[in-house]
Design a protein around this ligand. Structure first.
Ligand code: FE2
Length: 204
């Protein structure tokens, strides 16, 4: 995965994405970090006892299944779902000045792990979806169960971008197939990442 990411960083795709981010947000990104494949498992592929455990835990704040996966240092993150949250909860020591980029590798329509957000909108007719620049300033709450989230319906290969304080959520995958996405983060400085293991940070 890391080798593949180095190829990705050197490809034409990343500069194209960074160019769009600069023209849309005015952010000159210098660091690329935590590249991962995110897999939202089809509910039918999750063992029944684990499913019962997840559904019975009303206080859970995330739907990660990684602690249950044998290879814990995998670059694939497995999820059942993801309740409303801001990505700053993943990087609490970050400066908030980072972005998340999600690229669906498989479909996200119908029952395929529906993605919801408070303020992510298509930027134009191209396959680039960003947070709404006119959205009012947000508070510091990191969880937003009471937030009104709207479904985002990206196509395979779309590039979706949001900032560290943007609420989003993923509903359980009730389709018959696992859902895969490429996800990584971008920042203007290495202090923005909150990542301690430098192997996860790439200067670009
Ligand atoms: Fe997230």
């Amino acid at each position: 995965m890391r080798g593949t990411m180095v190829d990705f960083i050197r490809s034409d795709v990343l500069p194209a994405i960074l160019g769009r981010i600069y023209s849309t947000f005015g952010i000159d990104v210098k660091y690329f970090f935590l590249p991962r494949i995110i897999c939202t498992l089809a509910e039918g592929n999750i063992p029944k006892n684990i499913l019962t455990n997840i559904k019975g835990n009303e206080r859970r704040t995330h739907g990660s299944l990684n602690t249950l996966v044998r290879s814990r240092d995998s670059d694939i993150f497995f999820f059942y779902d993801n309740p409303p949250h801001c990505d700053l909860i993943d990087m609490p020591t970050a400066t908030k000045n980072f972005l998340t980029v999600l690229i669906p590798l498989t479909r996200r329509d119908q029952d395929y792990a529906p993605l919801f957000s408070e303020n992510i909108v298509p930027s134009d007719k191209s396959n680039f979806i960003v947070q709404d620049a006119n959205f009012p300033p947000r508070g510091v709450l990191l969880y937003g169960e009471d937030k009104k989230l709207s479904r985002v319906l990206p196509s395979v290969g779309d590039v979706i971008v949001w900032d560290a304080l943007s609420y989003h959520a993923v509903k359980p995958n009730l389709s018959s197939k696992n859902v895969y996405n490429l996800r990584f983060n971008l920042a203007v400085g290495d202090d923005s990442s909150g990542v301690e293991d430098s192997r996860n940070i790439y200067k670009i």
